[in-house]
Write a protein that binds this ligand. Structure first.
Ligand SMILES: [Zn+2]
Length: 299
């Protein structure tokens, strides 16, 4: 785990299509001072920046959205996952629409450009978030279980993730993950996925207008419709893990411990991170200053 906070060495621009709107979106990620956190600012409306934190999540339908209408930013999770994996704690994201461009449906395009310009280590310690006890978030057959690390001098993040879908091409897939940047890079390449029936349903509701085989894996019964097939045999569970990274990146520090999860998604992740915030707000942990910062940004 990285000990110090980080930001980008210089600003990085992106242009891409919004998954749901189908329109072209400009994005610029700008370095920020230590203890700023990740801020999202809409350039198409006059509104103050939104701090990426669990209490600012306003929707978890199909993606993670933060902010209050009309000042909202959707589909932040793959960009947030890139920040999380590369150790970028502080950045201002300026975006020209209400959603982050989907690019290729993974976090790899973000990771590649950030790695190209480089990460600036800020020599201010990051908060390591260790919760006092084990807890579970359960919703039917979906769950996320947290256990504190057994070695407090050498905190780690171990994740066991399982997905289960009726489609035989996905089926049941499980993955064990212990954080290292090298392993993260392989997870970052996993693309978002959906069933052809879901695409038809979303289109009928005016959603996924920018969706194509260039930015998602589309499954039709037992077939992957993308001509190049999958990037990994277990790309589906890898992507669920990537979404989890993106959602825990909203926490005011690096989570340490053991996480076991099954059939997880953005709604469950949001319950998980909000539960962690209730622990942090009660505690006298080193993350107190972060909690204060979050409260002032909300208030
Ligand atoms: Zn995703």
């Amino acid at each position: 785990m990285k000990r110090f906070q980080g930001t980008l060495a210089k600003p990085v621009p992106f242009v891409g299509v919004g998954l749901h709107s189908g329109s072209l979106v400009n994005l610029e990620v700008i370095p920020q001072a230590p203890n700023t956190g990740i801020l999202f600012e809409r350039t198409d409306i006059s509104a103050s920046p939104i701090l990426a934190c669990p209490s600012n999540i306003s929707s978890t339908m199909l993606s993670t959205t933060i902010g209050k209408s009309p000042n909202t930013v959707a589909t932040i999770e793959h960009l947030m996952a890139a920040f999380w994996g590369l150790g970028i704690d502080n950045a201002l994201v300026r975006v020209s629409a209400q959603e982050i461009p989907i690019l290729d449906g993974s976090a790899a395009p973000f990771v590649d450009k950030f790695s190209e310009v480089g990460i600036q280590i800020q020599h201010i310690p990051r908060s390591i978030l260790i919760l006092p006890e084990a807890f579970e978030i359960i919703d039917g057959d979906k769950f996320i279980r947290y256990e504190p690390p057994t070695d407090l001098d050498n905190p780690y993040l171990d994740i066991h993730c399982t997905v289960a879908f009726p489609s035989a091409i996905i089926g049941k897939q499980s993955l064990e993950f212990r954080y290292s940047e090298e392993v993260f890079l392989k997870i970052s390449e996993a693309r978002t996925f959906c069933h052809l029936d879901d695409v038809k349903m979303m289109r009928s509701q005016g959603l996924a207008l920018g969706g194509s085989l260039d930015n998602a894996v589309v499954v039709d019964n037992e077939k992957v419709l993308n001509t190049d097939g999958l990037r990994y045999k277990d790309e589906f569970v890898r992507h669920k893990l990537l979404d989890f990274f993106g959602d825990i990146a909203l926490l005011p520090g690096t989570l340490a411990g053991k996480v076991t999860m099954c059939k997880n998604g953005h709604a469950l992740h949001a319950k998980f991170t909000n539960k962690i915030m209730t622990y942090l707000e009660k505690s006298e942990s080193p993350s107190k200053s972060f909690s204060k910062r979050i409260r002032s940004a909300i208030g």
